[in-house]
Design a protein. Sequence first.
Lengths: 136, 336, 538
Amino acid sequence: MKIYNGGKIFIGLLVFAVLAASPFIFNMGKSKTAEKPDIRIDTPEILKLEDKKCVAPREQMRATHMKVLDSWRDAVVRNDDRSPVLVSGRQYDKSLQNGCMKCHSNKEEFCDKCHAYVEVKPTCWECHIEPKEKKS
Amino acid sequence: MRILFSFIAVLALVLIAYAGVKTANLQFLFGVVVPYAAIALFICGFIYRVVKWGSSPVPFCIPTTRGQQKSLPWIAQNKLGNPSNTMEVIGRMFLEVFLFRSLFLNTKTEMTSSNRVVYGSEKFLWLASITFHYTFLIVLLRHTEFFVPTAPFFLDIIKSVDGFFEIGLPRLFLTGAVLLASTAYLFARRLYIPQVRYISLAADYFPLVLIIGIAITGMLMRYVYLTDLVSVKVLALGLLSFKPVIPEGIGPIFYVHLFLVSVLLAYFPLSKLMHMGGVFLSPTLNMANDSRMTRHINPWNYPVHVHTYEEYEDDFREKMIGAGIPVEKEGVVNGK
Amino acid sequence: MASKFSATPEELSKIDHNPPKKGWMDTPVEFKEHTFCWGAKGKNLAALELPNARDWSPADEDWKLPENWQKIFLDGMKERLGKYRSFRLFMDICVRCGACADKCHFFIGGGDPKNMPVLRAELLRSIYRRYFTVSGRMFGRAARARDLTIDVLKELWYYYYQCTECRRCSVFCPYGIDQAEITIIGRELFNLLGLNIEWIAGPVANCYRVGNHVGLEPHTITSSVEFFCDDIEDVTGIRINPTFNRKGAEILFVAPSGDLFADPGTYTAMGYLMLFHELGLDYTWSTYASEGGNFGFFTSNEMGKRLNAKIYAEAKRLGVKWILGGECGHMWRVLHQYMDTWNGPADFMEVPVSPITGTRFENAKSTKMVHIAEFTADLIKHGKLKLDPSRNNHLNVTWHDSCNPSRAMGLLDEPRYVLKSVCNNFYEMPENTIREKTFCCGSGTGLNASENIELRMRGGFPRANAVKHVRDAHGVNMMSCICAIDRATLKALMEYWVPDVEISGLHELVGNALIMKGEKERTLDLRLVPLPGKAAKE
């Protein structure tokens, strides 16, 4: 089968194919990236806990933790409601630094790994002061 | 009927994916097999269609000219409406492909009460089309955060502009909302403009409903039924590096979204959506109006039976001589 | 059988553009009187060696088709899908956005939804989908695919002879989809079955044997021109003696034969003669290649080529350096976009150079054929013509861009420059009805018959409507144009819709304004009508 204006059509199709396949091309030889980031929940504070539970189940926290933080921010900053959250008999401060980070004190190993992996840049640290972690 | 059909078809697709994942645990089918098949169909099908067009030659130089030709040096040529060389053709194609110039110049014909015709400007089709296409492109580019291990340079820019107003959390991306709105408009105009409704086929409603479905599931996932993005990205990168994995904890809505996208990809080469490739090959747009300057070659030009001058003179020689018209064969009568 | 067409303009202008409730696939075609042309006569098809030559009538139940007509049609379609990228692409990529829907003059003036370009194309696409696509084969009616039945064929025929290939839809299509291209191919398919119309087949048969559409034999051409020269002598006192079939002339002049046949085209021919005489141009007419127009183009690509071949053949025989072409619309579609490809290369001629100004027509360097509007505009620009535009002062002129020179060439400002140089009162019609957005006369592509008069009046309605606008606003009483079919048909259109506007060719007005060496004081225009204020002093 003869292709007329074959040169131009070939170039056009090449551009199309490269663009369409570019996600594959960028992933070539980068097999490691397919692995899930390994987040650490072995901070001293967590290790001290008997039942290692957060304010919500793990699956839910993974998907919706930003919503929890958002609602806490609204409650505290906008409604002046600092009453602690009570989950299965344990009290949590509605606070990023005094609540979450009390246990999850390892920002780099806990927060950043996933955020970096999915290219998310949360605005937490635009107001909060970033904790200085001791490098171990 | 055509409209209902499209809705039912897309709804069926949604249910298939939802039920498949929720009740039959067909995550591997909907997360790996179908996407791979869809991408293969998309790329191969697209190339096949374009090659098929390429296998038909362009026998004649038939640009549709929109403006003054290049003729005398002191007459201003409309280079972008009536290009006479390759550079000008590129200019015309650029305006057509990237700015939808023809649609921009669209008019609307109306009858007045006194039975006169008047022509007004009509920009809504252009506006909806161009916002639809560009928001779709931006949404697609935004998804590169799931496609590549490290984000391309444009991602941050797109996201910060797109989410500029920081409405809600996760913050609202305007393009998603505009995409949905423009698609809905393109759908609605097929319903309320009587002529357009009359010409619309199921093949016109279906892709719109499908894209609406994709946009809605995408937005639901982002704003309402939040999904564990890390797992989603693990799945995506697994696919893209040919080491597919199905991570735990991805909700069915993701699979519905992915399935609708797969259907769109697979449907693409079978449908009118191929105008994406076709616009570049349209001979009325992509040719220079230079047919009197350069001879255009028709590869299948063949000799035809013509009535020659000799035959003509044989028919009319006496009359020609009588009228004082010079002839080739003086004194020959009736070809003898 | 035929009743006289009696609808008044008031009745005809009540147009409903809303489509019916019933879908188009369920609305059978109705052959309405005064909207279609008579079928081609067997003798004319036979003379052209075209298939299935027999007398037939579209109004008859039996179209006398060959037994295997479906196969012929579908094989023809398949062949053309492989031969024309335009055809395959235009079958495939329409998204039915509707931008073209209200752009067709037949739809605007008639309201029949099947005259929306998109739907006219869909009539054929439904066949394409059924026989040439997977989805059509699989889903049939649901994918708007349908079998090629005799009723479908008749519907296609009816609407493909309600398209004048004017390309206005193509201007508005985001992909440039050109219904003209689809109509051209549709008509090729009909011609495989002997389904031409007489108003095309007759002129084509004439043109093939006699040399021109109207069937003027050589001695009739010379006597017609002689007659024009008599009139010119009456007007100017100058005797012109043009030559025919003269070997060794520098330029071959080819005009549409309509200009030799009936007014107001004849006045345009007088204008040509006067201009060339005044310039002392070394040119000749041909009686063999006495037709610039090409109704073969409305039959098939092959037929177009067969008729067009005469122009280069004659140029070669006479040994001319280049060819000058008269005022005709589709003639220039063919000359500009097809002639060189069909019958070139014209390497036996030279790049056209105006012997008067020395201008080299680089834009025609391969085809070697120059449009007379380009030629005359160049003369005027170089001050080579003495003109008295006040001789056209009795005319308030507007300009009708003819479809083909506008949308298949881009000849827009050359004629305007000439027009503005030869008349003082020039008024443009509204912006959306001129230049590349111009409206067809409604009678192009061989639809200028008398039996389809309602179709013609409807198709010409948008043009007439725009003329009415400038007549009311500026007192326009003359519409000038560069198309022989326009000159032949706009007259009837104006009589129907805008009775007090007349039609002229561009070079009629040039002839009026041209101050010739040794001429007597002009008291008449080329129509032998006394010039106001310059009446003969007896």
